[in-house]
Design a protein around this ligand. Structure first.
Ligand code: CMP
Ligand code: MG
Length: 391
C-alpha cells in the first residue's frame, strides 16, 4: 500500500471535515494540533484541541452517522489514516457485547451533546439478539454447573488386538432440563465465554474418576485388571500452576491411582502455553500420562513431540473415517504411527466405525481405539456395567 493511502498532511487553517459530513476515515494526529468544534445558531463551541497520539473522527464510523463535529487544523498537521474498513473489522471481531457497549456509549454522548432530542440507541435488532443470547447462554451454563447437569459419558477404549475394552474416555454431556442431552459443541463456547471451561473439565473428570474407581474395585474382586480413564483438559488449565495439585487431590478423593489417568490435551494447548512443559512434567511426576487429542488437525509442526513428555497420540477421527477410501489418509496414519513408535509414543485411534478401519489400524500397529464400532459414549453406570459384563 502506498504511504499516501494511510498518511495525510494538512496545512494550518484547513478544515478536515465538517459537522454533518458523511464519514470517510478516522485520524490519529502525528504532528500538529486539531480543533474539534460545533456551530449551532451562529454559536461556535470548541469541544477540544487534540495533539499527537490522539484519535478523532471515529464516532461516525462506529455508528454509521454523519460527523458529530467539525475538525480544523490549528497548525500544519500530519495524520495516520485509520480506514473505515479497519474499524469495522475490529469492532466485528470484538465480542458482540463490547460492540453494543461501544455503540451505546457513542449514542449516549450524542444525546448528551445534541441540541435536538435524539431517539433510542440505534442498535440493529440482530446485534441485540446476539448479545442477549450470549448472556443467557452464560447464565445457563453457570446454572448447569451449579445444578450438576454436566456429567461424563464414558466411551470404551479397546485393545484393537483383542477387541476388549481396557479403559474409557470421559466426554461431557449436558443433561438439560428442557433441551435433552446436549453435546460438547452445544456447550463449550458458552462455557468458555463464562470462563467455566476449567471448572467443567474438573467436574467431569471428578465424576468419571469416581465411577472408574468404583468399577475397578469390582474388577479387582473378580481378579481382573483395572480400567484407565482418559479425560479432556482445555488449554486454559495449563496456564494454571495448580493443575497437577488439583489432579492429585481429585484422584485421591476418587480413589483412582494416577497411573490410570490419561490427561488429554490438544496440540494447540502446547503451542499457546509456553509453560506447558512444566505443567506436563508435574502431571507426569504424579504418575499420570499425557495424550495428544485430535492429533493431526491442529498445529502441524512435530517438534513438540520430542520437546514434551507425551505418552499417546490420539489419531483424529477425520483420518480414521477416510482410511479405507483415501490412500493418502491411510499413508498419513501409517507414517504417524511409525513416527510415534520410533519415539516410544503410543497411538489411540478415534472414530472407528467399521471392522475394516479397525483391521487396517491394527495392521499399522495402532494398539488402542475407540468409536461406535466398539461402543458409544454412555452414562457411567451403563458403560461400567457393560465393561464388567464383557469378558
Ligand atoms: P466523528 O463524529 O466521526 O467526527 C467528529 C469527531 O469529533 C468525532 O468523531 C470525535 O472524534 C470528536 N468529538 C466529538 N464530540 C467530541 C467531544 N465532545 N469532545 C471531544 N471530541 C469529540
Ligand atoms: Mg478427547
Amino acid at each position: 500500500m502506498s504511504d499516501a493511502l494511510y498518511r495525510r498532511k494538512a496545512v494550518a487553517g484547513r478544515p478536515l471535515f465538517r459537522e454533518g459530513d458523511p464519514p470517510d476515515a478516522a485520524y490519529i494526529v502525528e504532528k500538529g494540533s486539531v480543533e474539534i468544534f460545533t456551530e449551532h445558531a451562529g454559536t461556535r463551541t470548541r469541544l477540544t484541541v487534540l495533539g499527537p497520539g490522539e484519535i478523532f473522527g471515529e464516532m461516525a464510523l462506529i455508528d454509521d452517522s454523519p460527523r458529530s463535529a467539525s475538525a480544523l487544523c490549528l497548525e500544519n498537521c500530519e495524520f495516520i489514516v485509520v480506514e473505515r474498513a479497519h474499524i469495522k473489522r475490529e469492532i466485528a471481531a470484538a465480542s458482540p457485547l463490547v460492540s453494543v457497549l461501544v455503540r451505546t456509549l457513542i449514542h449516549r454522548l450524542r444525546v448528551a451533546t445534541s441540541t435536538t432530542p435524539l431517539g433510542p440507541t440505534p442498535l440493529a435488532l440482530e446485534d441485540t439478539a446476539r448479545v442477549i443470547a450470549r448472556i443467557k447462554g452464560e447464565h445457563e451454563i453457570r446454572r448447569a454447573v451449579d445444578e450438576g447437569e454436566l456429567v461424563p459419558y464414558l466411551q470404551p477404549i479397546v485393545d484393537l488386538a483383542t477387541g476388549r475394552a481396557v479403559g474409557f474416555e470421559a466426554l461431557v454431556r449436558w443433561i438439560h432440563p428442557e433441551r435433552g442431552i446436549l453435546l460438547p459443541v452445544d456447550l463449550l463456547a458458552a462455557a468458555e465465554q463464562a470462563d467455566l471451561l476449567e471448572t467443567l473439565d474438573l467436574v467431569v473428570a471428578r465424576a468419571a474418576a469416581l465411577a472408574v474407581a468404583a468399577l475397578n474395585r469390582d474388577l479387582a474382586a473378580q481378579g481382573r485388571p483395572p480400567a484407565f480413564l482418559s479425560a479432556n483438559f482445555a488449554a486454559s488449565h495449563f496456564a494454571d500452576e495448580r493443575l497437577a495439585a488439583l489432579l492429585a487431590a481429585l484422584l485421591a478423593d476418587a480413589g483412582l491411582p494416577a497411573n490410570l489417568l490419561k490427561v488429554e490435551i490438544t496440540e494447540t494447548t502446547l503451542i499457546v502455553n509456553p509453560n506447558a512443559a512444566r505443567a506436563l512434567d508435574r502431571i507426569k511426576a504424579l504418575g499420570a500420562s499425557i495424550s495428544i487429542d485430535d492429533f493431526g488437525t491442529g498445529y502441524s509442526g512435530l517438534s513438540y513431540l520430542s520437546r514434551f513428555p507425551i505418552d499417546d497420540l490420539k489419531i483424529d477421527q477425520s483420518f480414521t473415517r477416510r482410511l479405507a477410501e483415501d490412500r493418502r489418509a491411510a499413508e498419513i496414519v501409517r507414517s504417524v504411527v511409525q513416527l510415534a513408535r520410533e519415539l516410544d509414543i503410543g497411538a489411540v485411534a478415534e472414530g472407528i466405525e467399521d471392522p475394516t478401519q479397525a483391521r487396517m489400524l491394527r495392521e499399522m500397529g495402532v494398539k488402542l481405539g475407540q468409536g461406535y464400532l466398539f461402543g458409544r459414549p454412555a452414562p457411567a453406570p451403563v458403560a461400567c456395567a457393560a465393561f464388567v459384563a464383557a469378558d
